[in-house]
Design a protein around this ligand. Structure first.
Ligand code: FES
Length: 98
């Protein structure tokens, strides 16, 4: 179980994760917000379909990739949340765009 150190509700924002409304705090990263909301599998691998989630929380492992506002393969641990942000977990390979 993971919980925030403080229950302060100030600077609350709302983001959408796979179509669900999720509360977050301004300034925290997308990865922190998703973990606090109970999301652990951020993506699945393109070969085996294994679930992957944040590991390093500092931009090294690339296991936290999600689509943010329609842009795929963003590192959730490096992007701060903002009001209305749309996040999609990624399943398998991403299509190659021309
Ligand atoms: S958690 Fe490792 S790069 Fe984001």
């Amino acid at each position: 179980m993971v919980r925030r150190l403080s229950d302060a509700a100030d600077a609350a924002v709302t983001i959408a994760v796979d179509g669900l409304s999720v509360p977050a705090r301004a300034g925290e990263t997308v990865a922190a917000a998703l973990i606090a909301a109970g999301f652990w599998a951020f993506r699945t691998t393109g070969v085996s379909g294994s679930a992957r989630g944040p590991y390093c929380m500092m931009g090294v492992c690339f296991d936290c990739l999600v689509a943010i506002d329609g842009v795929g393969s963003r590192q959730a641990c490096l992007v701060p949340v903002r009001e209305g942000m749309r996040i999609e977990t990624q399943r398998g390979r991403r299509p190659v765009r021309p």
